[in-house]
Write a protein that binds this ligand. Structure first.
Ligand code: ZN
Length: 155
């Protein structure tokens, strides 16, 4: 899923648990894996990144995704009422942390993240390996729809 989508889900969890930021963090972290199970079209892109054939395309899409997520987070910081801010931030951090850890492994090959990376990919590919993934453009359209729907509830 897009980082922006995970951030929006985390923010929504934080908004739902305004007095429980640690629970929001943990719940958003766990929910990340289950939302990644939904086929979302990036399997071929990931393989292209991993084998170097679509590295520029993957980096471009990831960069745009990160900028959108950052804009969303900045917007939240300027909008969310103070008593919810910590829970929302913790939800966002918990929601995006699995991908940050996975990306750290991809880029720097930290051995201590190898098991986590494999665990993350297991969820990511849980349905894809049985049914196949969506085409990238179909997955992106679906995610924009999901993200737009989530933002309707968060904003
Ligand atoms: Zn993920």
């Amino acid at each position: 899923m897009f980082v922006a989508t995970h951030a929006a889900i985390g923010a929504l969890i934080g908004e739902a648990l305004p007095t429980h930021p640690v629970v929001a963090f943990v719940l958003a972290f766990i929910v990340h894996f289950f939302t990644d199970m939904i086929p979302h079209g990036d399997t071929h892109l990931y393989r292209g990144f991993a084998d170097g054939t679509k590295m520029k395309k993957a980096i471009l899409i990831q960069s745009v995704d990160s900028v959108v997520a950052l804009a969303f987070i900045i917007y939240l910081f300027t909008r969310v009422v103070v008593h919810q801010r910590i829970a929302v931030v913790m939800g966002v951090v918990g929601g995006v942390l699995p991908d940050a850890l996975a990306a750290s492994y991809e880029l720097f090959h930290f051995k201590w993240l190898k098991g986590f990376h494999k665990f993350h990919l297991t969820f990511h590919n849980f349905i894809n390996k049985r049914t196949g993934d969506l085409p990238l453009i179909g997955g992106m359209i679906m995610e924009v729809g999901i993200l737009t729907t989530l933002l309707f509830f968060v904003i």
